[in-house]
Design a protein around this ligand. Sequence first.
Ligand code: PMP
Length: 419
Amino acid sequence: TNQMDMSVFENLESAVRSYSRSFPTIFEKAKGSQLWDGEGNTYIDFFAGAGALNYGHNNDAMQEKLIDYIKSDGLLHSLDMATPARAEFLQKFNDVILKPRNMDYKVMFPGPTGTNTVESALKIARKVTGREKVITFTNAFHGMTIGALSVTGNSFKRHGAGIPLTYSIAMPFDDYMDGYDSLDYLEKMIQDGGSGIDLPAAVILETVQGEGGINAASFDWLKRVEELCRRLDIMLIVDDVQAGCGRTGTFFSFEKAGISPDVICMSKSISGSGLPMAVTLIKPEYDQWGPGEHNGTFRGNNLAFATAAEALNHWKTDEFSEAIEQKSELFLKRLNQFVEEYPELEAEVRGRGLMLGIASKKEGLAGQIAEAAFERGLIIETSGPDDEVLKMLPPLIIEEEAIVKGLDIIEESIKAVLG
Ligand code: PMP
């Protein structure tokens, strides 16, 4: 079998480099919050497929649903055609998510991934307002296509392809600059006809910036952004691709802030199973698409619809949210201990719900801890402009035992790296 494994590795080498990190093993199985490789090693998952596996790997109910659906000869690929799977998802989304929250939105399937929902959001905001520019924030991340990149505050990801911020105006995110009120500044500049900052079509933001380093905006700041948008008649787009689907404790990340975005971008864990799916929620008055104006081949993935409907069962009561909060507290207690007990980390704890990070001022340290953790059986990633944040994004269904074990591994790794 060793020989076979080697040849598999050779084939893998033929793929282009895309993900920034390569894991030196072949993963064969995964269930819940754990993965197994071909050599019998077990790994705890604090990464959850970059936030696409909030309900864990191979969730039993979703697996069953997939098998039943395939055996029923139901359509797998159906573009915009009506199918029972699509109808079930829409019904559940309305009944379990939107109606109980008094939210009125049209549901759009903009294409398979996060960047597709962002593109559709930018396009509809520009179309509805007839304006060109979009306000974005420092360290924002919205995707890899040119429109989404043009509102992404990461120069490494933009500059290789020479993508300027032509259609956007970048402003400091909440807390980016101590004591500096970027929202007042923005309002003044927009109102000052000579500033060159024309009235924008929209503001786009993540309530907790994931790729940008687990920067959580305060609820107060989010409310002020919304007030500004209402006052100046600017559309508010919340990109909930990573922070949504329960990641920060509530289904939408902005629920506790009490804001009401005009457009909401969702992907990653919306299918629940790791199958690609994206949703753009648009307030009914802004659903001004002409027929066929924004389409794409892969909008009707019925396997994704089937598991997405199943995933929404988690949200029928408040229990799931409460469990996330409890797990979050367990994490935060230990992470704060690490920061106190190991001052050499020069670190702070960031985040909300189960979207957490330890940001270290020491160059390269977070990456070294992540590598040491992998050797000890924990999959954990880094984020932030200098990869300075050890980023925790466990499946929301993770058991307490796995959390404790994962945190123990982080502590061992910190000790090993600090020497
Ligand atoms: N928006 C946010 C906030 C994200 O975190 C991501 C992915 N990390 C995207 C958009 C892009 O999603 P995708 O990679 O599925 O295109």
